[in-house]
Design a protein around this ligand. Structure first.
Ligand code: SAM
Ligand code: SF4
Length: 337
């Protein structure tokens, strides 16, 4: 399908997809070191001058919301909660007209302390990443002994009303792939909504191995050993997760089969990195520099024009299965997962 080039209004690409959902990375740094994401020693972090300031972030989000039709803003990273200005950024974005829905993806550390302020600032929902309920495994997987803090963060988010609290889990063969039913039991017991994510080739170490990846089909087979799963009648829309009702509902579980069940045809995302680059896709090899334009004095019209041009070039799909596929130079933590 072809579409009219977006010169005005929304972020449309040549395949007719319209981006409504903006992912903003607040930092590339993190206080965990998940093995599927980054090496033990961390990464060469962006310098302070490279990072967008809080005001620059809010300005670009305002352009996205007021001129480009963005209705959902998700803050991510790296670990977004280690950005000192996170609460103020959320408050400023919540003050935009029209007000976007605002969510945040976090590893949960410090969320128990920050959840009330984030809620008061206007945050609507959180996704907390949790791959295991075993403290020893957690310490090996994230290279930090912090499981109790993540569990406290989940409870704090629910208590502050950041609901539905969602949990993201990545399963790795021989590491935590036996835990799918236990994670679901835990989520059901606490009223959290669990979603499993297939591991993607986005780690800084380039260690991803398709053959070792735990697939969506395998996750479903394992879950069905303990639960009755029926397709969720709710409309999926552009949501990446396919969802199932658990034991007749209303509880649900989701599986994001980014690799084996790609949803690129329905993708409605655009991304802004912590250093002000627009990316049309997690797997894009191109970026468009809004920070340079902004700091050179570009007005909102010019920033919107550049953003539209960047999205017009979005590829049809991520191409992981293409023999010529090249992992993007930036890892997930630097793009914003
Ligand atoms: N630090 C925050 C967190 O962990 O939630 C936000 C950033 S993190 C990059 C966002 C999500 O990406 C997390 O749920 C994490 O588990 C997931 N993730 C990281 N590396 C991944 C990979 N190689 N494949 C699939 N998901 C990955
Ligand atoms: Fe940090 Fe999130 Fe990456 Fe884990 S997945 S190292 S918590 S950015």
């Amino acid at each position: 399908m072809t579409a009219a080039r977006g010169t005005d209004g929304v972020l449309v690409d040549r395949y007719g997809r319209v981006a409504r959902d903006l992912r903003v990375s607040l930092t590339d740094k993190c206080n965990l070191r998940c093995t599927y994401c980054m090496p033990a020693e961390g990464l060469p972090w962006l310098a302070g001058s490279q990072l967008l300031s809080d005001d620059e972030i809010v300005r670009l989000v305002r352009v996205a919301v007021r001129r480009l039709g963005i209705t959902e803003v998700r803050f991510t990273g790296g670990e977004p909660l280690i950005r000192p200005g996170v609460v103020g950024i959320v408050a400023a974005v919540a003050g935009l007209e029209p007000r976007p829905r605002i969510s945040l993806t976090t590893n949960g550390l410090g969320l128990d302390r920050l959840a009330p302020a984030l809620r008061a600032a206007g945050l609507d929902r959180v996704n907390v990443s949790l791959d295991t309920l075993d403290a020893g495994r957690f310490a090996r997987l994230t290279r930090r002994d912090r499981l109790a803090d993540v569990l406290a963060g989940l409870a704090g988010a629910a208590a502050a009303g950041l609901t539905p609290v969602k949990i993201n889990s990545v399963l790795m063969r021989g590491v935590n792939d036996d835990e799918a039913p236990a994670l679901l039991r835990f989520a059901l017991a606490h009223g959290y909504e669990l979603r499993f994510i297939e591991q993607m080739p986005l780690d800084a170490q380039h260690g991803w191995d398709r053959a070792a990846m735990v697939t969506a089909d395998e996750i479903l087979v394992t879950l069905r050993t303990g639960f009755d799963l029926t397709p969720d009648p709710a409309v999926r829309g552009a949501a990446p997760a396919e969802t199932w009702l658990v034991d007749g509902g209303p509880a649900r579980v989701g599986v994001i089969g980014s690799v084996t069940r790609p949803f690129c045809g329905d993708c409605d995302r655009t991304r802004l990195t912590a250093d002000g680059q627009v990316r049309a896709c997690l797997f894009a090899s191109e970026e468009s520099d809004l920070r340079g334009a902004l700091r050179a004095g570009a007005d909102d019209d010019e920033l919107a024009r550049r953003w539209r041009a960047a999205m017009w070039g979005k590829r049809a799909g991520h191409g992981i299965d293409d023999p010529t596929f090249l992992q993007p130079a930036r890892p997930m933590s630097a793009i914003g997962g």
